[in-house]
Design a protein around this ligand. Structure first.
Ligand code: ZN
Length: 287
């Protein structure tokens, strides 16, 4: 199993830059990185480097970019203008991915919907949008990975809903990002995951979390922990065993934690620690 680093772990560390993350990830033995769009945009706006320079970096190193993380709020757009804006953003992300050698775009659902949409209405809309997106990514061999987010305000907030959407789209280019925190935070069902087709899981986000009530407003990404840290209540063995059983073929496990106290570390120490806990996790549960 290869290991990946998601910049959610350290995006607010002092003087953070994506280019430094690439160097540190290579140094501490990660095989892949999920580049966070907000980090990338922040650096580009500050003129720290160009996309082309990052692309050159990847050509000369072993580290690869697993995913562009992310195109956010892709679904349930009410006006044509809003729908067009999503597709324009996708065009720009595809352009960047082609320069960076990235073959996966994570898409994140919209939140705080004004309309009181049913599960079926949200599914129909997401299926239609994803099918449109497939037409754009297909010529480039880029995949789309839908990340359901385990918060009450999110329009697709359980694995169960996300899986039904991806099944209906029925494209080898569309799958799911299974984030352990998101799975637990809105009580996605193990039965659904156990019956799922492992080929439909594209990305596996690793983290631990504090024991917070499902749906509580304070049960946010900030309650994530390094996996195995004191107080972590996630059933890591069950995640590992279930993904193996259903035939997850992603071959990468990617650590993604958004804990404010970890942002107080230096950027380098954060990557180093993330590598240590991810390697220990793989050793204990997967290999
Ligand atoms: Zn995630």
């Amino acid at each position: 199993m290869k290991i990946g680093f998601n910049e959610g772990c350290n995006r607010f560390c002092a003087d953070h830059s994506v280019l430094k993350d690439l160097e540190y990830c290579e140094k501490y033995g990660f095989d892949y990185i999920d580049v966070q769009s907000e980090c990338l945009n922040r650096d580009l706006e500050a003129g720290k480097y160009t996309i082309e320079e990052l692309g050159e970096w990847f050509k000369n190193h072993n580290l690869k970019m697993l995913s562009y993380n992310a195109l956010i709020f892709f679904n349930m757009k009410q006006t044509q203008e809003e729908k067009d804006a999503v597709m324009e953003e996708l065009d720009e992300i595809i352009r960047r991915c082609n320069i960076l050698g990235c073959k996966m775009i994570v898409v994140v659902p919209s939140m705080d919907l004004d309309v009181h949409a049913t599960v079926a209405e949200i599914r129909e809309d997401a299926v239609a949008v994803l099918k449109e997106m497939v037409k754009k990514v297909e010529p480039h061999g880029i995949k789309l990975s839908l990340e359901f987010c385990g918060a009450p305000s999110m329009s697709i907030n359980r694995f169960d809903y996300a899986y039904d959407i991806v099944k209906e789209v029925d494209s080898p280019l569309v799958g799911i990002t299974l984030d352990q925190y998101h799975f637990h935070a809105m009580a996605s069902t193990w039965e659904k995951l156990e019956q799922a087709d492992g080929d439909k899981i594209f990305v596996w986000h690793l983290n631990g979390m504090e024991d917070m009530p499902c749906g509580a407003p304070y049960n946010t990404d900030e309650k994530r922990l390094w996996p195995g840290a004191e107080g972590d209540i996630l059933d890591h063995q069950r995640f590992a065993d279930t993904l193996k059983k259903i035939g997850f073929k992603g071959d990468v496990i990617t650590i993604e934690v958004f804990r404010p106290e970890y942002y107080e570390m230096t950027q380098e120490d954060n990557v180093k620690k993330a590598a240590e806990v991810t390697k220990a996790h793989v050793e204990k549960y997967i290999s």
